[in-house]
Design a protein around this ligand. Structure first.
Ligand code: 5GP
Length: 202
């Protein structure tokens, strides 16, 4: 059975770098490609980063119950496609969801079993410094992201794991440990354990 890993955290906490790294490093993890009404940024690819769809299509997908959860963030809509879970199950992979706090909350309220991980920056001041040093957004956008970060961290108590991304290597090592530990649960070790146990049968 696939394990769902849900990762949230404010913009600028370093979530994307950590996610890219775990996907490159560990086998059998599928990234859940969400649908969004925002336009692609330079370097983003349809079907890999997101499915970039119109508001009309998004609405139609809500009505057809194609989303496991959906939320509005910074004026755009984002939704997790149910299809992603079915695909992960079919392929025997785990599924990694990069979603914001309202979406994670919806999953929890629906009782969706997942490993909930929050990536936090070491402080508000450091988050501000990182957002400014990116040099990708104007002042209005930076202020909006900072306000949003206050809301984001107020939901941290809903998560089972918190990774403080002060030092990237340390943060990555913690994230990797969480994945490895989850995958070592006895309930997930069936196909590995069976032949071992069988070898002990006289
Ligand atoms: P961005 O526009 O920077 O790619 O994403 C903005 C926020 O939307 C991020 O916090 C990201 O985690 C979140 N997000 C991306 N996909 C989904 C989704 O399917 N559902 C929800 N609830 N949030 C999402």
């Amino acid at each position: 059975m696939s394990t769902l890993f849900v990762i949230s955290g404010p913009s600028g906490a370093g979530k994307s770098v950590l996610i890219r790294r775990i996907l490159d490093d560990l086998p059998a993890i599928r990234f859940s490609v969400s649908s969004t009404t925002r336009g692609p940024r330079p370097g983003e690819t349809e079907g890999i980063d997101y499915h970039f769809i119109s508001r009309e299509q998004f609405q139609a997908d809500i009505e057809a119950a194609r989303f496991l959860e959906h939320a509005q963030y910074s004026g755009n809509l984002y939704g997790t496609n149910r299809h992603e879970i079915e695909e992960a199950e079919r392929l025997g992979q785990d599924l990694l969801l990069d979603i914001e706090v309202q979406g994670a909350r919806q999953l929890q309220e629906k009782g969706v079993e997942a490993v909930y991980i929050f990536v936090a920056p070491p402080s508000f001041a450091e988050l501000e410094r990182r957002l400014r040093s990116r040099n990708t957004e104007d002042e209005v956008a930076i202020q909006r992201r900072l306000r949003q970060s206050v809301e984001d961290v107020s939901h941290v108590h809903r998560y089972q794991f918190v990774i403080v991304n002060d030092n990237l290597e340390e943060a990555y090592s913690r994230l990797r440990s969480i994945f490895i530990a989850e995958r070592s649960r006895r309930s997930r070790m069936g196909s590995t354990l069976e032949p071992i146990l069988a070898s002990f049968q006289k």
